[in-house]
Design a protein around this ligand. Structure first.
Ligand code: 13P
Ligand code: ZN
Length: 267
């Protein structure tokens, strides 16, 4: 069977980035079994031939209505599929979907009828918001970083902006590359529409969102940059935890030093 990637180098390049990031997630230990999911808005690559492709599945409800996504196309990791398999064979472990004209349902169009991630409502809600803000972002990532998830098991870290300030103070890069910080979404049932709504609400104010005792969500112009956001925060968490493991509480950079950085980088 012909792949939708054939003779479409730009679309192929986006899917290759997905495979690259899926490999990193596995190597990092953030992607046990089927843990985590990736979606990319590939509408700009949907030429007439793609738009004419028939559905290879029934119509499925998204669970929520997202009017800006009408007629959009997304590559989605398949539900229950492994990141380590997505890394090697992206089109066998993910699929391209088309959002239908009601903005509330979708069908699978290529390459195989692989059912999208169970977190589709959250992913598509993030894409809807990216379109609404006009930031040009195309990728959404949900993953389970050990260090960041562990920190959400301490209620003291869940209070507003406590974790953000702590992580910023561990290494200047965190302040520079994650200037809006890490928002906390109190525990919600995975894959629920409630979780999707809380996620986009938090993403209005923060670069990355933490699902308490579950994982993180990040967005970016492409999936590489979404990954980088989480990687930067995870590095800061590891510095904190390494210091604690060595038996001391890290001092952290001072508020003055962080303010200086903010001015220098115009954050
Ligand atoms: P999927 O396999 O459905 O993508 O789910 C993985 C996950 O991390 C759910 O939160
Ligand atoms: Zn998850």
């Amino acid at each position: 069977m012909k792949s939708v990637l054939e003779n479409r180098p730009a679309l192929r390049a986006e899917i290759e980035k997905v495979a690259e990031v899926a490999g990193y997630l596995w190597q990092k230990g953030w992607a046990e079994r089927n843990g985590g999911n990736i979606t990319v808005n590939v509408t700009e690559h949907a030429d007439e031939a793609i738009r004419a492709l028939p559905a290879i599945s029934e119509r499925y409800p998204i669970g929520t209505e997202l009017p800006r996504l009408k007629g959009c196309y997304f590559f989605c990791k398949g539900t229950n599929r492994r990141m380590r398999d997505l890394a090697r064979r992206p089109m066998e472990n993910g699929a391209v979907i088309r959002i239908l004209d009601d903005g509330a349902s979708y069908e699978i169009i290529a390459d195989a009828p692989v059912k999208p991630t169970s977190e589709l409502a959250s992913h598509l809600a993030m894409h809807e918001q990216m379109i609404a803000t006009g930031n040009g972002y195309k990728a959404a990532l949900h993953t389970h970083p050990i260090d960041l998830v562990a920190m959400t098991h301490n209620p003291a870290f869940l209070a507003k902006d406590v974790l953000t300030k702590l992580l910023w103070s561990m290494i200047p890069e965190t302040r520079a590359f994650c200037p809006k910080g890490l928002g906390i979404v109190p525990y919600e049932m995975p894959s629920s529409v409630k979780l999707a709504r809380a996620t986009v609400e938090a993403l209005k104010d923060y670069d990355v969102v933490m699902w308490e005792k579950h994982g993180v969500c990040a967005v970016g112009p492409d999936i590489i940059e979404a990954f980088d956001q989480v990687d930067v925060l995870s590095k800061a968490a590891q510095i904190y935890q390494t210091a604690r493991a060595m038996g001391f509480v890290p001092t952290g950079t001072t508020q003055e030093q962080m303010d200086e950085l903010q001015r220098a980088f115009n954050l």
